[in-house]
Design a protein around this ligand. Structure first.
Ligand SMILES: [Zn+2]
Ligand SMILES: [Zn+2]
Ligand SMILES: [Zn+2]
Ligand SMILES: [Zn+2]
Ligand SMILES: [Zn+2]
Ligand SMILES: [Zn+2]
Length: 115
């Protein structure tokens, strides 16, 4: 379940300036709210985090938030946007946060890879 990103001239890699995350057995890059995977041929594919036991999409109103109370995630909020199946989450301290009413749901961990 992936498709090729057309017209992508930027080459993701160590030190490219994007946040690298571990996705299964490979590394992807967070790029403007997309999860980009650069394959061995230099072709960039769009990946999406699947809903799994590790990354459920349930409501967890009581999880520790890890940011200012009342912080509202959105474009430019300072957190990286991450596509999670059919919605967008925000990466906070290695966790996927999903804004939901007056709280954030915790949609599991996403490991950031040092680059
Ligand atoms: Zn990059
Ligand atoms: Zn991937
Ligand atoms: Zn919720
Ligand atoms: Zn945020
Ligand atoms: Zn999510
Ligand atoms: Zn949050």
């Amino acid at each position: 379940m992936s498709h090729t990103h057309e017209g992508h001239s930027h080459k993701h890699g160590t030190g490219c300036g994007h946040t690298a995350v571990r996705h299964g057995q490979h590394v992807d890059y967070l790029h403007d709210g997309h999860l980009h995977h650069q394959n061995a041929d230099g072709v960039v594919e769009e990946h999406v985090i699947a809903v799994t036991k590790q990354n459920p999409d349930g409501c967890t109103p009581s999880h520790g938030i890890g940011h200012q109370p009342g912080h509202v995630h959105g474009p430019g909020c300072g957190h990286e946007a991450v596509p999670h199946r059919d919605h967008i989450d925000y990466l906070v301290d290695g966790h996927l946060h999903h804004p939901h009413g007056d709280h954030c749901d915790d949609h599991g961990k996403l490991a950031v890879v040092a680059s």
